[in-house]
Design a protein around this ligand. Sequence first.
Ligand code: DI6
Ligand code: FE
Length: 404
Amino acid sequence: MWDRLLTDCHVATMTAIPGNPLGIMRNAAIGIDGGRIVRVGSRTELAGFRAREVTALGGAWVTPGLVDCHTHLVFAGTRANEHAMRRAGATYEQIAEAGGGIVSTVSATRAVNMEELIAQSQRRLHALMAGGVTTVEIKSGYGLDTATELKMLEAAKALGVEEPVRIVPTLLAAHALPADAREGPARDAFVRMICEEMIPAAAKSKLATSVDAFCETIAFTREEVERVFTAARANGLPVRLHAEQLSNQNGAALAASYKALSADHLEHLDAIGARAMAATGTIAVLLPGAFYSLNEKKKPPIDLLRKEGVPIAIATDCNPGTSPLLNPQLAMNMACALFGLTSEEALAGMTVNAARALGLAHEVGSLGPGKAADLAVWGIEELAELGYWVGLSPERRIFGGRDG
Ligand code: DI6
Ligand code: FE
C-alpha cells in the first residue's frame, strides 16, 4: 500500500528516452511512498496498485517541481531607488558612487538580525514557491565578512526548515570587494580571508554545499578566483562561477578546469569557453532576468552552447540589484522570448539541467523511481504552454509527496 497515487495526468518525467527527450507519458499515474516516487506508468498499468490517498488530476500536466538553481534571495532592504536612477540614465558607476550597488545591500544585510533577515527573505521565497519551485539555491555574498556570510547561510538553511522547499546554500564570499579593500594589500588580505577563514568556516559548519565567485573587471580577477577555487577544493567543496556576464574574462574555461558544477550568465562566452564546459560537463546557467533588467544587448551564445552540447539551465538570479525577479515561469518565458530557447529547452533548464547545476540530479529535477516526490501540477492543455504564458502559476505544488 503506497501513501499516494496521482492519476489522470500527463507527465513530463524529464528523463530522456529514445525519440522522447522529455520522457513524456500521456494518460499516466504516479505512485508515491515515503516522500519518494515509486513508479511512473500508464494509468492502466498502475490501476491495480492501492494507496491511502488517490488524487485524480483531471488531465493536468505534471512536471518535476521547478529548480531555481541561482538566486541571491536572502538579503535585507531593496534597491528600488536604483531602478529609478537607472531609468533616469544613471550608469552602473554613478550608482556605485552614490552609495548604491552590492555594497548598499551589504550594509542593510549586516544591520538586520537573523529573524528580520529570514522574515524579509521568506516573502520572496513564497513568491518562487507559488510559481512551482520546490528546490532553491541561495547564495550568500551580501556579508563580505565571515560572521555575516555565515548569518546569510544560516538564514537560508532556516528557510528550508520552516518551508516545504529544498534549500541549497552556496558560499559566494567573492561577490564584491568591500569599499576599503578595493586595491593593494587590503584587497589581497580580503581574498586571503575568504580562502583561510570563510571557506573553511562554511565547510566545517556544513552550511554551504558549494563555493561561487564573481569573475569580472568590477569584481574579482582570474588569479583571485583561482585562489578561491583552490581553497574550495582543499576544503572539499565544489565550485561554480559568475562568468562572462559583462565581459569575456575566460572565466568559464577557468571554472571548467576546476570541474565547476556550473558557469553562470555567459553573455560574453566564446567557443573556447563553451568547449571547455562541454568537456567537463559544466552546466551553462542562463539568467535572463539580469539581462532584461540591465537592458543588455549581448545575448548568451545559444547556438554555440547547442552545437557544443553544453546543457543549459535557467534561473531567476533573484537579487535586489540586477534581477528583482520572483517568478520562475517568467524566467522561462524570458529565456524563450529574449534568448530564443524553445519551451522544451526552458523546461529542461528549470528542471533536469538545473538539478545537474546543483549536483542534485539523483534527487530532483526529473521523475522516476527513487527520486524525491517534488512535483508541479499545471492546468494546461499542452506542455509547450510552459514557457509560453508570462507568469503562469501551477494548480498544485507537491513537496515530498504532500501538497504544499
Ligand atoms: N552578478 C549579478 O548580476 C549580481 N551579482 C552578480 O555577481 C548582482 C547582485 C546585486 O547587484 O546585488
Ligand atoms: Fe548571480
